[in-house]
Design a protein. Sequence first.
Length: 275
Amino acid sequence: MQSRRFMQVDVFTPTPTQGNGLAVVLDGDGLSDQQMQDFATWTNLAETTFIQSATSPDADYRLRIFSLSGEMLFAGHPTLGSCAAWLAAGGVSKRTGVVVQECGVGLVEIDQSGPMPAFAAPATTVDALDPDQVERICAALALPRDRITRTARLNNGPTWQVIELQNADDVLAVAPFATRGPEFRGVALLGAGGEADVEVRNLGPASSMSEDPITGSLNAALACWKYETGDWTGPKVIAQGTCIGRTGRVYADCREGTVWIGGQSHILIDGTVTL
């Protein structure tokens, strides 16, 4: 065991402690998969990341992302939060204004040149959501079928079962109490309006919480889908976490065919951990 640089970061919020917490081990080389999983489970946060030496010559670092129950190929708030920690610890990118992260979905660019950091959303696969599953979700959430405007099954590393409702009030009115169990993992709701352009909720996430405070990978998938269909044009501000007392804000935009997902990060703890 050795002392390793450690930070805890609050991501996707303008107000520290109102976003999604992330544990970051900055000296992650030499740890086994089991050691990383054990520490991630111990932190009891939705995700814990480990920054390691890159294996790709084009990357600035390699990122391993662990939830309470397993490793993830990609996740949004760990991407922005880990990048913020790496830069705060003295990291210098190979390319001016861009940090390149190596992770399970490949290389992810994080643009540092704008008003806030933003990552290039990974490619998203869009499929139909099975009608029988839609009915099961509606029954579990007591969701009126006539409030649904569109459904989809999205995959950008994680898989999302998406139900779009008529407006933000419909999204905020849903009680998540019955969405436990593997068949309801990754149930996402969205509706226009509310405190931002769009209100989003992630119910029954893989982290085993009843609701995720703010989910970058989900919002990246939603943005890829909605910009592709033409439903969204121009920059969008997405609110998440409203029902659980968080002020989550994700900033989405599509520029020259690339979807960018941005947000603020705040380093709340800076120290060491013995692993």
